[in-house]
Design a protein around this ligand. Structure first.
Ligand SMILES: Nc1ncnc2c1ncn2[C@@H]1O[C@H](COP(=O)(O)OP(=O)(O)O)[C@@H](O)[C@H]1O
Ligand SMILES: [Mg+2]
Length: 440
């Protein structure tokens, strides 16, 4: 706090803090520049009388700022000093912090525009592999051009900090909205948002970029209702599971939207992980609840892997069957049972928004119930000589793609073959009898 800081400050340092403070109070509309001018003249007058008072003191005494506002502003001043090394940008305020980084609002001096700068912690620069990936993905993200993706402007390093400059989005995140309103989104409104995010993902996936962290906190809604997906293409220092645990540890959330394969630490995470997370996000939006909740992050992860999803329309009974089916297919534990592409999911979302059924979800739902019935039949009669399905066959719902050999050993096929042979033998016997009875 400049006003009650006990440490003696050199005049130049204190003047710099004062001028930053002056700029910030005007920028944040706590007082006008004329009012600031009056405070500064008063400060100069007092100084001439050998009575040095900080600008903070004077602003406080005049009622322009409260102690709390001053505390907040002096926090920004400290940060601004720390990140003043980022050339070409002027840090204005802190927008928020996630598990891995802090986001600041800043002015890009050359273009005189507001931007958001994500500053990664210094320790991230220790791994050369991470740094390379960060720049690579930054470049890839900068190539994306979509109204529903927060634009990536620049990546760089200054004073040992890696940073990512992006489009500044005025507005709230879907997470903020859920917390502030305390109730679920109406179906139509949720669909309007998720359709836009799905369009963003179709675009990103077509360029080979996987988001890996689709969640309500990464969806920003502008004042005119447009959804923008943030953090596209940000490289991860740690594995997905570690990031999720770090978030939980810092109370930024628990791994509520993470796909089972990310939890298992699989290396080849593809677009289907984003489909799962988008489904989990939609689940939260329309039910007001996360899909799986438990007291610890590890228990939440366990549920993603093992527990059956409570269908969304069992929680909010006014939801359409269609939206529930979309969510259930998107959140299938086995990635192969999810949508075959993000465009498929988009076409179902658009169908439900028009009041039509989600045909692709329904087809995949039918196939999975068929596979389930087949599995149940096999487990119900294990001692009637019916062979159990091998585990990897249990996972497959695409019946058409099984090998001929697999099809031939299917208990149903075996039974049919048996019946066929039996029928041929009967017919042969009948024929022999008829032929023998014919008069010669
Ligand atoms: N481009 C942006 N424009 C405005 N605010 C942003 C932007 N990106 C992030 N934020 C804000 O900063 C917060 C922290 O972001 P981030 O570090 O990505 O963490 P997380 O996504 O886990 O919340 C977000 O919740 C959001 O409120
Ligand atoms: Mg984010």
């Amino acid at each position: 706090m400049p006003s009650d800081s006990p440490a003696p400050v050199s005049p130049s340092a204190s003047t710099r803090s004062d001028s930053l403070l002056g700029k910030l109070v005007v920028e944040q509309k706590l007082c006008t520049s004329d009012e600031l001018g009056d405070c500064l003249s008063l400060q100069a007058e007092l100084e001439r009388e050998n009575n040095r008072r900080s600008l903070a003191d004077i602003l406080l005494a005049n009622g322009y700022v409260t102690q709390t506002q001053l505390r907040r502003i002096s926090g920004s001043i400290e940060e601004q000093k720390t990140f003043q090394q980022i050339p070409g940008f002027q840090i204005i305020s802190k927008l928020g912090a996630g598990a891995m980084a802090t986001v600041y609002k800043a002015r890009q001096i050359s273009l005189d525009r507001m931007v958001a700068i994500k500053v990664l912690p210094k320790r991230m620069s220790e791994s050369q592999e991470f740094v390379n990936r960060f720049y690579q993905e930054g470049k890839a993200a900068a190539r994306l051009n979509n109204a529903n993706i927060v634009g990536a402007y620049d990546v760089g390093e200054a004073g040992g900090y890696h940073y990512f400059v992006m489009e500044f989005v005025e507005g709230k995140t879907v997470y903020d909205h859920l917390v502030d309103s305390g109730k679920p989104y109406p179906e139509k409104e949720a669909l309007k948002i998720i359709i836009q995010v799905c369009q963003a993902l179709v675009h990103a996936h077509a360029q080979g970029l996987i988001h890996r962290d689709v969640k309500p906190k990464n969806i920003m809604i502008t004042p005119d209702g447009n959804a923008k997906l943030a953090d596209m293409g940000l490289a991860r220092e740690a594995g997905d599971k570690e990031v999720a645990l770090a978030e939980a540890g810092k109370a930024y959330g628990t791994p509520y939207y993470i796909s089972p394969e990310q939890i298992r630490g699989e290396v080849n995470i593809d677009f289907r992980s984003d489909i799962y997370s988008l489904g989990a996000t939609l689940y939260h939006m329309v039910t007001g609840r996360v899909p799986f909740d438990a007291p610890s992050p590890a228990a939440v992860m366990h549920k993603h892997l093992k527990d059956d999803l409570v269908p969304p329309d069992h929680i909010v009974t006014t939801l359409s069957a269609g939206i529930s089916e979309i969510i259930e297919v998107a959140m299938a534990k086995d990635a192969k049972r999810r949508y075959g592409s993000t465009s498929e999911m988009l076409s179902d979302l658009e169908a439900v928004a028009r009041g039509e059924p989600p045909l692709l979800a329904r087809r995949s739902y039918d196939l999975s119930s068929l596979a389930k019935m087949e599995k149940e039949a096999a487990t119900l009669q294990p001692d009637e000589g019916v062979e159990m399905l091998a585990p990897e066959e249990e996972k497959t719902i695409d019946l058409g793609s099984r090998s001929l050999q697999q099809k031939m050993t299917d208990p149903l096929v075996l039974a049919l073959l048996g019946a066929l042979v039996f029928a041929i033998v009967i017919i042969a016997i009948e024929l022999t009898i008829i032929l023998n009875m014919r008069p010669h």
